[in-house]
Design a protein around this ligand. Structure first.
Ligand SMILES: Nc1nc2c(ncn2[C@@H]2O[C@H](COP(=O)(O)OP(=O)(O)OP(=O)(O)O)[C@@H](O)[C@H]2O)c(=O)[nH]1
Ligand SMILES: [Mg+2]
Length: 239
């Protein structure tokens, strides 16, 4: 929350029920009761209160997910979150199905992890193309990124992967440098050369690679473990 005039950050509310006083009310006035005496029981005058503080605020909502699922439109992000969490986002075979991020809680035993399905990113997103930048800001709070790449299409994946990475880096080099995994989606319908190119792209970058099919349910357990690994801060004594 910012003061629109000065740009000063007034508050950053990250917990449920957190409160902050942004604008003080004016001092109260004195009602006519205050001026009443035994001989003047209903005075016709009173002292008005002072006006309260007036401020113009800029308020932004940022989701508090631990891992953001990012990728080109139609990569299968919403389908993935629908099978690893209880979230039930809209899924369709056209780009920009997801218009606002969806949050899902992924469970592993007693542990939970909050994952965000971010609307598809395209080249120029950091300048506002597609649904773009409005949603990149939701990625700011995530510890880690799960970059989903459609393995069912034809063609080398490097260009697609680099396009998404380029947008992230243009938005924030700091976000682009967060822990990442590269995940080939739709491997039930994979194009073999494409799948290999995704794996090679992961190897070149030195990031973990996973192959999943949300439709067939393959690779999901390994992926969930990986999401917990990157999404939770290291405790220092994990095996
Ligand atoms: N064969 C196959 N198709 C899949 C799989 N996962 C998703 N799809 C299909 O891919 C299309 C896009 O899926 P979505 O989950 O809506 O993709 P998205 O990345 O959320 O797309 P946007 O919200 O538009 O960015 C849909 O037609 C899905 O049914 C999969 O594992 N296998
Ligand atoms: Mg979607």
């Amino acid at each position: 929350m910012r003061d629109e005039e000065s740009g000063e950050v007034l508050a950053d509310l990250t917990q449920a029920d957190e409160r902050v006083l942004i604008a003080k009310g004016g001092n109260g006035g004195w009602g006519n009761q205050h001026f009443a005496t035994s001989t003047r029981q209903a005075p016709r005058f009173a002292k008005p209160g002072l006006p309260g503080q007036v401020r113009k605020l800029g308020i932004e909502l940022k989701l508090l997910a631990e891992v953001a699922i990012i990728g080109l439109p139609n990569a299968g992000k919403s389908t993935l979150i629908s099978v690893i969490s209880a979230a039930k986002p809209k899924i369709a075979d056209y780009p920009f199905t997801t218009l606002v991020p969806n949050l899902g809680v992924v469970r592993r035993g007693d542990e939970t992890l909050v994952v965000a399905d971010i609307p598809g990113l395209i080249r120029g997103a950091h300048e506002g193309a597609g649904l773009g930048i409005r949603f990149l800001k939701h990625v700011e709070r995530c510890r880690a990124l799960c970059h989903l790449v459609d393995a069912s299409q034809a063609g080398d994946a490097e260009t697609d992967i680099a396009a998404v990475e380029g947008e992230l880096a243009a938005f924030s080099p700091e976000i682009a440098a967060r822990p990442q995994i590269l995940v080939a989606s739709k491997v039930d319908a994979a194009d073999a050369a494409r799948l290999t190119s995704i794996e090679e792209a992961a190897r070149r970058r030195g990031v973990p690679f996973f192959a999943v099919s949300a439709a067939a349910g393959t690779g999901l357990t390994d992926l969930v473990h990986a999401l917990f690994r990157i999404g939770k801060p290291p405790t220092g004594h994990e095996s």
